[in-house]
Design a protein around this ligand. Structure first.
Ligand code: 4NP
Length: 155
């Protein structure tokens, strides 16, 4: 199963989601069955590591930032991914436009499975500087995704 996290710049929210989900998957003993990556929708930060504010929060929560380098989403990503999990309505709209018709249903908002938060965005900390809030939102949402994806693995 392949999971792609997407945000605008790929230096704040989606790399944090990638690192946190990787930890959840590793802790669940599922790293051999679930592959994880992240990508961005703009071109501003390509080649850059996580934003210092994002990296600080990730390190405070025991997440590694090793190997996280911003890149732009590609056509191959839509084919590769089983789940494309994005952060806000702007990401969702853009991904739905970019995705080949057969892959549109792969695109979801991160909060979609969270009870009472289905349509709630994960705001961009690049503007708010509330990096800890980003982490806390992802820490609520991503275990739901792990459960959903776990249920789809071949036994
Ligand atoms: P992210 O935050 O989408 O959470 O990675 C942003 C980072 C950089 C930019 C926009 C959003 N930027 O335009 O450079």
């Amino acid at each position: 199963m392949n999971v792609l996290f997407v945000c605008l710049g790929n230096i704040c929210r989606s790399p944090m989601a990638e690192a946190l989900f990787r930890k959840l998957v590793n802790d669940a003993g599922l790293s051999g069955q679930i592959n994880i990556d992240s990508a961005g929708l703009n071109y501003e930060e390509i080649g850059n590591g996580p934003h210092p504010g994002a990296a600080k929060v990730m390190h405070e929560h025991g997440l590694s930032t090793d190997g996280l380098v911003a890149r732009h989403i590609t056509d191959h990503d839509f084919k590769w991914a089983d789940y494309i999990i994005c952060m806000d309505q702007m990401n969702l709209n853009e991904l739905r436009q970019l995705a080949p018709a057969k892959d549109v249903a792969k695109v979801h908002l991160a909060n979609e499975p969270v009870p009472g938060k289905k349509n709630q965005e994960i705001p961009d900390p690049w503007y708010t500087h509330r990096f800890e809030d980003t982490y806390q939102s992802l820490a609520v949402a991503l275990p739901y995704w792990l459960n959903i994806i776990k249920g789809q693995l071949k036994r």
